[in-house]
Design a protein around this ligand. Structure first.
Ligand SMILES: C[S@@+](CC[C@H](N)C(=O)[O-])C[C@H]1O[C@@H](n2cnc3c(N)ncnc32)[C@H](O)[C@@H]1O
Length: 479
């Protein structure tokens, strides 16, 4: 039987035009983020300071929403239950846009919270740090920070997004890789360059496997620092979903036949060239803006439920997972295989996740209660329809309770914990996460300083229509 390398050595490939790719990148760079519609009422929300990026609007249901365009003013007036529509312009500036990540913060939100509730030199924690948005913003505003995440892919990405790089070395590696792309021939890849992982040949077309293996092999062989290689490995990772046969827009990695997704030979090479042309200048800009005296770390083997710090952090900002919504290990399954971060089963990692669906039947035979009246009523309603889902939801709240306890210990006196969390529906029942978390926080000893809604207009998240999340709640807790 022929190996992939042998069979594709004979097949043709498509020539690549760097000029075409450069034109595409220039077009992307010129595009601004889209704006949403809304009738502007011209109401200034500040008593003494008119700011024209803050307006009251009425949405299509006749509801009053406060729209903030771009940077959120530090002294924005916030009342309990206010509803905000934050329009973000910074989602892909500097290192923020290096990689997709489900339920990622838009940078203006942590930036605002950090500036509002801390000062330069303070230390910030994000206990569910995901792609490290809080840490990038902490760094850029000169606050030390730690990001905790059980997912090795998240920690790797966050490390890259917060590591400044040498401009000359970045550019010379970019030049070298672009040249290699133009000189690509399938015969330059041998079987030993291709990683082995479950269902590889279903996830990817054979030409794409060879191109990815070629890119990976040449990144590994770069004569440069590990930090620079890590940056190119993340660029490499960022193209994987798009040129796989899996649905681009689903948080789970799945092939949907009805999408009839088309991936062509040379797509991986072209996409990688595009991504590095787009991101190298952004990474240079990030590096130029990055203070050298500010620490940031993403320790291994830490868990948001077991932090073990006392009176240490000035502020914690986070968006925990949603109950029952995103299966993070499956989101980055293909990327983790190619990067060598995962080999076999995803189950051990899944079990570590708050919101995990990996539970055993002995655990959900009886109804579990969390001790918050409204939450327990919802858990009972879910239990009647689906005991397993009810237990998953209970476990989620119990894990969040452990997290709140740990953060309460880890914060300095009067330090704040800002939690951004969405509601969702579980078996048709509205699961009001934010309310339950707020009650759990009060039971632990936090004061609720205020809470308000942030309407979500753009999300890399696709769950069934019924269970779609469209509002985040921002809860400001104080120790
Ligand atoms: C909503 S995401 C955070 C996104 C982040 N705010 C950003 O901007 O990218 C939630 C994160 O919680 C992480 N997580 C789940 N269980 C965890 C646990 N027990 N300890 C730490 N992190 C966990 C997931 O891996 C995921 O990255």
């Amino acid at each position: 039987m022929q190996t992939i390398a042998q069979s594709s050595a004979q097949s043709s490939f498509y020539p690549i035009s760097l000029d075409e790719i450069k034109a595409k990148v220039a077009k992307k760079n010129g595009r601004r983020n889209g704006l949403t519609n809304g009738k502007i009422q011209q109401t200034t929300l500040f008593s003494n300071q008119p700011l024209d990026n803050v307006k009251e609007i009425i949405n299509e249901f006749g509801e009053k929403i406060i729209r903030v365009d771009g940077e959120i003013p530090i002294n924005l007036r916030v009342k309990d239950r206010d509803r905000f529509l934050f329009i973000s312009y910074n989602q892909s500036i500097l290192s923020h846009g290096l990689h997709k990540y489900p339920a990622k913060f838009f940078p203006e939100l942590p930036c605002w919270l950090i500036k509002r509730y801390s000062k330069e030199g303070d230390t910030i924690l994000d206990p569910f740090s995901g792609s490290g948005t809080t840490n990038v913003e902490a760094l850029l505003t000169r606050r030390h920070s730690i990001g905790i995440d059980v997912d090795p892919f998240s920690r790797y990405l966050s490390k890259v997004k917060t590591t400044p790089l040498n401009e000359k070395e970045l550019q010379s590696a970019q030049k070298y890789l672009l040249r290699l792309i133009l000189n690509y021939k399938p015969s330059r890849v041998s079987e030993k360059d291709i990683p082995v992982f479950p269902y590889r040949d279903n996830w990817f077309n054979k030409e794409i496997i060879l191109e990815l293996a070629y890119l990976k092999k040449n990144i590994e062989a770069l004569d440069t620092t590990e930090d620079i290689k890590d940056f190119y490995r993340i660029c490499f990772s960022s193209i994987i979903r798009g040129i796989s046969n899996a649905d681009d827009n689903c948080t789970r990695t799945v092939i949907r036949k009805k999408l009839n997704k088309k991936v062509f030979p040379a797509d991986a090479l072209k996409k990688f060239a595009e991504v590095i042309l787009l991101n190298v200048p952004k990474m240079i800009e990030f590096s130029q803006n990055c203070p050298m005296d500010t620490r940031v770390s993403f320790p291994d083997e830490m868990d948001a439920r077991n932090i073990n710090y006392n009176d240490y952090f000035d502020l914690a900002v986070t968006s925990p997972p949603y109950a029952n919504a995103v299966d993070y290990p499956r989101t980055h399954q293909l990327e983790s295989y190619w990067l060598g971060l995962t080999r076999g089963s995803l189950t051990p990692l899944k079990k570590k996740h708050v919101g995990t669906e990996s539970v055993s039947s002995s655990e959900y035979k009886k109804l579990h209660k969390i001790g918050v009246k409204e939450a327990d009523m919802t858990l009972l309603k879910i239990f009647k329809k689906d005991p397993r889902r009810s237990y998953i939801a209970f476990k989620y709240l119990d894990d969040m309770r452990l997290n709140l306890l740990e953060i309460h210990k880890a914060l300095k006196k009067e330090g704040r914990y800002v939690v951004v969390v969405g509601n969702n529906k579980i078996r048709g029942e509205l699961f009001e996460n934010w309310k339950y978390i707020m009650e759990l926080a009060k039971n632990i000893g936090f004061n609720v300083e205020n809470y308000f809604a942030s309407e979500i207009i753009k999300h890399f998240i696709k769950v069934p229509r019924e269970e779609r999340i469209n509002t985040d709640w921002v809860i400001v807790l104080q120790k």
